[in-house]
Design a protein around this ligand. Structure first.
Ligand code: ADP
Ligand code: ZN
Ligand code: ZN
Length: 740
């Protein structure tokens, strides 16, 4: 008897072993973990894939399994085990690596899959932490500097009088347990098992009701639904009520959100509605927390599971519904190693489990809209905002009329800002670039500051006084003010900073509105652990007047006091190089606009652009996202891009400029030998940014009308490619999000 074992290596195959002596082989099941000798390591953790009669390995070369780690029961339920095998096949990624991506780290290291009893753990894991009346009286700001963690936790719980679970607290305060214990000892906080006051289900408006009724009627079958509703139209309320139904049937719900910053917001709404345990997954859990949460979901003890991308791999004992919020969000696609799409995996899971899946978005992906056209997805539309709020109005401002002295703010935008400041309302300004200015230029000779390692310009950062490459992180410190630097090429004594970044817009605003409180929110200003939290707090408390930020601000957050959104410069979105650029542009714009006027005051959106006549932009603004999407789909059809075709991208990068292309040419020749005329091969071509971090990059694009044809070719072709190549890295991206 031969045991076929998956091992996390780049080799896309299984490895054959003999069963360990003295074990009853009848008890072995796929999905059990084993210890095996492998390569130079004395033992590594593998997973049993199948039992076979024969092997091609010569008898004297066969090694024996050292130990079965899960002798009683497979650690992975059968449905998940099969899903991972399917995913390995679909994404053409080694099964061993797929398994280790999907399993909590401790399990792939061979630790036992044991759910800690709450007693042993003091019961804290699933309880809520609340502020005590005594703790409410302490001002966190008066605590000494060395008690920074106390102050943070105290402020956090003061803000959430309903209580927070440890898994939510850990997002703001990594490894919170010692701090929780210390504050509990002081009597400032307390652990409580029972729930705070619950909110009752709202009575649904007709569109919500229609969506709810439809999904409720489909609970016993696979039923993919696109819940298409503008921001604030009540999608989350529909999720909550569907989940209520699912829980009543004793089944579980898995909810995916695109970003860790949005998890607490979603979780707290769920906590206010349900008393059941909620398993929350995100990237800041430690390994033990992740394992415990995973086991709770697998064993059916957590009826609701909420998490970011990787939570899609959480096993559920009794799945009842899958929900993907903001289904269009690119972060659902993993962009390195195992390049899976969590949204697509969720659809496959729902199909295999024969349950509904709700894909929610204010700006559905073109892929999902096409599935609606093909009658694969049910289209559920929520056309109106649920509360009193009305849609914002849009205005385009032609940047070509702006003189350079006016900097980044047009007179129209300035006037609108003044008006909001007078009315004590908030303003949000969006610019998709951090730093001060993206270009340092010599007017005399045209020299530009470029990165040595990338085909990219360096961005000047005022706060750190350096030129920074946003692609590889290389920095060049400046010793003098950028305007007094001598040109390294022609030695002209003066250089110019061109263009706008968040820092520069902030500087302009400080000059124009000296009494306004301005917050800059980008990945630089939120680098310190608690910065984002503090800023969101200030915004909600009304302590900020103008927010300037990158797309970090665009997603999901509710800013009820914001009534004006200004887009400083929208041009990079219009002429992006990728086939999905315009789709992303439209989604981002609608999302940013969605921040305006959520409460009673109507919102206004001012978009500054050099291309006020751009057809996609004007269509989006005059006719809305749906009309835009229809036009964009037509364009995709004409250019034969997804969803009308299926793509796979073979990427290669090498330190030597020709090597990547040579490899791809060789790969292309081999693909042609597979004689599949249904698959078109494009390239190889250099990547849009050919050099990045010192590596030269190129790719070969595979395109087919039928998914099956593409995968038939991949199955034949990929095994022909060398698994390891000196000084060259290659990877395959199935359903690539971008051709970069
Ligand atoms: P979305 O998820 O689409 O952004 P939400 O579900 O968050 O929308 O709803 C937006 C706001 O409208 C929330 O404050 C919510 O409580 C409220 N709301 C949702 N549905 C209703 C309803 N049927 N009646 C009254 N208010 C509602
Ligand atoms: Zn660089
Ligand atoms: Zn010069």
């Amino acid at each position: 008897m031969i045991l076929q074992i998956a091992i996390p290596t780049p080799l896309n195959r299984h490895f054959d072993y003999l069963p360990p002596p003295g074990i009853d082989t009848n008890l072995l099941r796929p999905g059990m973990r084993v210890w095996v000798p492998f390569g130079n390591s004395r033992h590594c953790v593998g997973m049993l894939l199948a039992v076979a009669e024969q092997t091609e390995v010569p008898k004297d070369k066969l090694k024996t399994i050292l130990k079965v780690l899960d002798p009683v029961q497979p650690v992975l339920p059968e449905d998940m085990f099969k899903l991972l095998q399917w995913a390995s096949h679909y994404y053409h990624y080694p099964i061993g690596e797929v398994i280790s991506t999907a399993l909590p780290r401790l399990l792939s290291q061979g630790e036992p899959a044991i759910l800690q009893s709450p007693d042993k753990d003091g019961g804290e894991y699933h309880s809520e932490w609340v502020i005590t009346p005594e703790g409410q009286l302490i001002d966190p700001k008066t605590l000494p500097k060395r008690q920074e963690r106390f102050a943070l936790l105290l402020a956090l719980l003061q803000q959430h009088p309903a209580g927070l679970s440890e898994s939510e607290i850990v997002i703001e305060l990594p490894n919170p347990r010692p701090t929780l214990r210390a504050l509990q000892k002081k009597g400032w906080i307390n652990a409580q098992i029972q729930q705070s006051a619950l909110t009752l289900p709202l009575s649904l408006n007709p569109a919500q009701k229609q969506a709810f009724d439809y999904v409720s009627s489909q609970l016993q079958q696979f039923s993919p639904c696109l819940l298409d509703g503008v921001t604030g139209s009540g999608k989350t309320e529909v999720y909550l009520q569907i989940i209520q139904k699912v829980l009543e049937q004793g089944r579980q719900a898995l909810v995916l959100v695109p970003e860790i910053n949005l998890t607490p917001q979603m979780v707290s709404r769920f906590k206010q509605r349900f008393t059941v345990p909620i398993a929350v997954f995100h990237s800041k859990l430690n390994h033990q927390e992740r394992l415990q949460t995973w086991l709770l979901a697998r064993d059916g003890l957590a009826p609701i599971v909420i998490g970011t991308r990787s939570a899609v791999w959480t096993p559920l004992q009794r799945p009842g519904v899958f929900i993907v919020d903001e289904e269009h969000d690119p972060s659902y696609k993993q962009q390195d190693h195992f390049r899976y799409s969590a949204r697509d995996i969720a659809v496959v899971r729902a199909q295999r489990a024969q349950v509904p899946i709700l894909l929610g978005s204010a700006t559905p992906s073109l892929d999902s809209l096409q599935n609606v056209h093909l009658h694969r997805y049910q289209h559920l539309i929520l056309p109106e905002r649920a509360g009193a709020a009305v849609h914002p109005s849009f205005h385009l401002v032609d940047l070509r009329q702006l003189t350079s002295r006016q900097g980044s703010l047009s007179p129209q935008l300035k006037k609108a800002i003044v008006q909001r400041l007078e009315n004590k309302q908030q303003v949000l300004l969006f610019i998709n670039r951090r730093g001060y200015a993206p270009v340092l230029l010599c007017y005399q000779c045209g020299w530009l500051a470029y990165c040595e390692h990338c085909d990219a310009r360096l961005t000047y950062h005022e706060a750190t006084h350096e030129l920074l490459c946003h692609h590889c992180g290389a920095t060049r410190p400046l010793t003098t003010d950028p305007s007094t630097i001598e040109c390294p090429n022609c030695h002209h004594p003066k250089m110019y900073l061109i263009g706008q970044g968040t820092e520069r817009v902030e500087e302009t605003l400080e000059k124009e509105f000296p009494t306004a409180k301005i917050l800059r929110i980008d990945s630089d200003s939120t680098r310190s652990k608690y910065a984002m939290h503090t800023m969101l707090e200030q915004i909600h408390a009304g302590e900020a007047d103008i927010l300037v930020g990158t797309q970090m601000l665009a997603k999901g957050h509710h800013f009820p006091k914001v009534t004006l959104v200004g887009v400083i410069n929208f041009d990079s979105g219009l002429y992006g190089i990728d086939f999905r650029s315009s789709e992303r542009m439209a989604q981002l714009l609608v999302q940013v606009a969605g921040r305006a006027g959520r409460a009673e005051d109507p919102g206004e959106v001012i978009i500054q652009t050099h291309y006020p006549d751009h057809p996609l932009l004007t269509r989006l603004i005059r006719q809305g996202y749906t009309a835009f999407a229809e036009a964009a789909l037509k364009e995709r059809q004409q250019t034969e891009f997804p969803p009308y075709t299926r793509l796979a991208l073979l990427r290669a990068e090498a330190e030597d400029v020709e090597k990547a292309t040579e490899f791809l040419l060789m790969a292309k020749t081999q693909a042609q030998q597979c004689c599949d005329t249904e698959v078109k091969l494009w390239g190889p071509v250099p990547a849009p940014m050919e050099k990045r971090a010192g590596w030269y990059r190129a790719h070969l694009l595979l395109q087919a009308t039928q998914r099956e044809a593409l995968h038939r070719l991949l199955d034949k072709w990929l095994p022909m490619l060398p698994a390891s190549t000196p000084k060259l890295r290659w990877s395959l991206d199935v359903d690539p999000q971008e051709l970069l």
